[in-house]
Design a binder for this molecule. Structure first.
Ligand SMILES: [Zn+2]
Length: 137
């Protein structure tokens, strides 16, 4: 169980950073815990309403990989999406393959952020102790 606590600890830490979203890889790197285990735990935290999960649709165009959309549910119709940066057009046949293009990204729920700030009054809103740290992502 201690591994899970470590994940929670890092989540609580980055919840106070001025970032909008974070990837499971950030937690995996900071904790040294496998991405699978981190992802499973982060999903559990969404059930506790501490986090919410979103899905980033990334362009599969050559050397593009830009985030085109951030969606709540995996219900997007790919044929409606067009990359304005490289011109990649998702055709109708791509509909079944959305899982190849979407990546989970987590947001800390507003209420939970406020709660943490209340119980940790000494922690400043600004990103603490970031300078000199190697692993931000
Ligand atoms: Zn593109």
């Amino acid at each position: 169980m201690a591994l899970v606590w470590k994940i929670d600890e890092v989540v609580n830490e980055i919840a106070l950073w001025p970032i909008k979203r974070f990837y499971p890889t950030l937690i995996a790197k900071r904790t040294g815990i496998s991405l699978d285990a981190v992802f499973t735990r982060l999903l559990e935290l969404t059930k506790d309403q501490k986090l919410c999960v979103k899905w980033e649709l990334r362009c599969p165009g050559d050397n593009c990989a830009r985030t085109l959309l951030v969606i709540d549910e995996k219900t997007i119709k790919l044929r409606d999406v067009f990359c304005q940066y490289c011109g990649h057009d998702f055709c109708e046949e791509d509909d079944g393959d959305i899982y190849e293009y979407i990546y989970p990204v987590f947001e800390v729920c507003k209420d939970y952020k406020e709660y943490l700030r209340k119980v940790n009054p000494s922690i400043k809103k600004k990103q603490p102790l970031m300078i000199g740290k190697k692993h931000l992502n």
